[in-house]
Design a protein around this ligand. Sequence first.
Ligand code: GLP
Length: 263
Amino acid sequence: MQVVILESPEAVAEYGAHIFIRHLQKKPQAVLGLATGSTPVALYQKLIQANQQGDISFQDVTTYNLDEYLGLAGDHPQSYRYFMNQQLFDHIDINKANTFVPPGSASNPILACDEYEQMIEQSGGIDIQLLGIGRNGHIGFNEPSSGLLSRTRVKTLTQATIDDNARFFSADEYQPHLSITMGIGTIQDSQQVVLLATGSGKADAIYRTVEGPMSASCPASALQMHQNAVIVIDEEAAAQLEHKEFYKHIERENQTLLAQLGY
Ligand code: GLP
């Protein structure tokens, strides 16, 4: 894993956005895996800006989102489809027909999960998967105990996740406790994974992801087995890492090497 520790949430968004921008400039027909939650919002703003300045285009891009609440249709303001439209798709030159979010209102969600897997495969697989992380170490909605080779499926949310996400729902609003999520195996199949985390609330989850044993009790720790996972975090999220200075040293060496090679 490449662990990149930066000064601020702003720098985290900038670093993450840069990975996507460089990739889109090299491969305009990229297949991107996208995430919801508050963490990726600043990165999306930078992608919107780059698109509006003409630095990148999304015209030939296909996207797959990680997850969706089961029981919410795409026009529900708390659905992840709605979130993606609001935070990204409505502001860039993407063809919305090429943007996919697991169908939260599918009449047969089990079948829909298999279809989602097939669609990703038919698109040629995901080039870069963006991830946030839950305080309990979940990625997508792969809650603790998720199989490390799991595929897209219906997943029950933990009470901790329901509580964490309650802030997005009004008191009298129905908050789903089930989801459809890409599995950990699905995420692992992407060519590159970029996980962003900021703030002290994520420090324990980041410690367990990077330095803990690989375990289903911290689903993000499965990324220890990924061939190209970049963990981009701010100082607060890095606070519990034992080898923080070493990761910073590696990143400086990487940057020096890339500069020498002209990247
Ligand atoms: C939800 C999403 C995750 C996201 C997590 C953290 O549970 N399903 O994909 O990583 O929230 O969200 P935030 O970035 O708001 O902390």
